[in-house]
Design a protein around this ligand. Structure first.
Ligand SMILES: Cc1cc2nc3c(=O)[nH]c(=O)nc-3n(C[C@H](O)[C@H](O)[C@H](O)COP(=O)(O)OP(=O)(O)OC[C@H]3O[C@@H](n4cnc5c(N)ncnc54)[C@H](O)[C@@H]3O)c2cc1C
Length: 275
């Protein structure tokens, strides 16, 4: 087991930091930058690490004796040999001001236990599963749309991705395309995965907050479904607190009931960040 890691400090020096107990130290495999606010990265997966698609873990960097850990949705499915994450870059963020500089070969720390509410086991089966995401909230759904179990439980998956600008949609766009083309998961996803995207600030072919697009019925018309109803629909929601509150109110108004692992229901919510 690795007990120390070498990492470059902001001054450009390489220093050795201890790995805290109960934490995996994994290597960065690849990094992809989308905008000045968003990037994704993949790390090696510890052999003993198990998780359910849709869960999150705590990650940090070995750049201090007491490293800062933050919650991160695992964006890769449970069967993947590596772990993928989709991240914000907060200019003065205690973690992401450093995390945005990682390169292949660097070490990322990960606490050993995953958890979360965005798991299919917290929902009862139905025809359609809507995944409502804003910003980095698409990350847990990147895991779930690539998991065959999701397609075993639901006939149709409707993934919505709303960001301020078009460039911020790129991770979700690529996800939808790669999932349909993937030799393993494409067989399940095929025509059953529908991708619906919108922007709230920059002009694009579809503009508007997801709440407005639900309320006006535009979402349902575009994907060829009926407005939410308890018999056919299940909903997972991940985004800012304001978005969660508004979409939760909309789905509750149609009679859907919140679920959990102990009591599976019709919809589940999780914050994409605190603040
Ligand atoms: C359950 C859960 C899952 C999460 N999953 C992810 C994930 O998959 N990817 C990810 O990038 N972040 C995720 N986050 C947020 C993450 O934990 C950190 O907040 C983020 O990495 C920034 O860390 P920081 O230390 O740099 O800044 P922080 O001090 O944590 O945040 C500073 C401020 O930046 C803003 N901010 C933080 N995160 C985001 C974000 N994701 N989108 C927009 N604004 C943000 C907020 O206003 C916050 O107050 C998740 C949070 C929770 C609670």
């Amino acid at each position: 087991m690795q007990t120390a890691a070498l990492l470059k400090t902001d001054a450009g020096e390489t220093t050795e930091f201890p790995i805290p107990a109960g934490v995996y130290a994994e290597k960065v495999v690849s990094v992809k930058h989308y905008t000045d606010r968003l990037f994704s990265f993949r790390i090696t997966r510890p052999q003993s690490f198990r998780f359910r698609s849709g869960e999150f873990v705590m990650i940090g960097l070995p750049n201090a004796t007491k490293p800062v850990f933050r919650a991160y949705s695992i964006a890769s499915p449970a069967w993947d040999e590596e772990l993928e994450f989709f991240s914000i870059k907060v200019p003065d963020g205690p973690l992401t001001q450093h995390l945005q500089k990682i390169q292949p070969g660097d070490t990322v720390l990960m606490r050993q236990k995953s958890t979360g509410t965005l798991v299919t086991d917290a929902l009862t089966p139905a025809r359609n599963l809507y995944m409502i995401a804003t910003g980095t909230g698409v990350a847990p759904f990147a895991s779930l749309v690539r998991d065959p179990d999701t397609y075993e439980k639901f006939d149709r998956i409707i993934l919505t991705n709303t960001c301020r600008d078009v460039a911020e949609l790129a991770y979700g766009d690529a996800l939808a395309e790669l999932t349909r083309e993937d030799p393993l998961i494409g067989e399940f996803a095929g025509e059953r995965l529908t991708y619906f995207r919108s922007t709230t600030r920059e002009a694009s072919e579809r503009m508007g907050r997801i709440t407005s697009l639900i309320e006006s019925g535009e979402l349902f018309r575009a994907v060829g479904t009926e407005p939410f109803n308890r018999e056919n629909d299940r909903v997972m929601i991940c985004g800012s607190m304001a978005m969660l509150k508004d979409v939760k109110a909309l789905v509750e108004a149609t009679g859907l009931v919140e679920g959990s692992l102990s009591e599976p229901g019709d919809f589940v919510v999780e914050r994409a960040f605190v603040g």
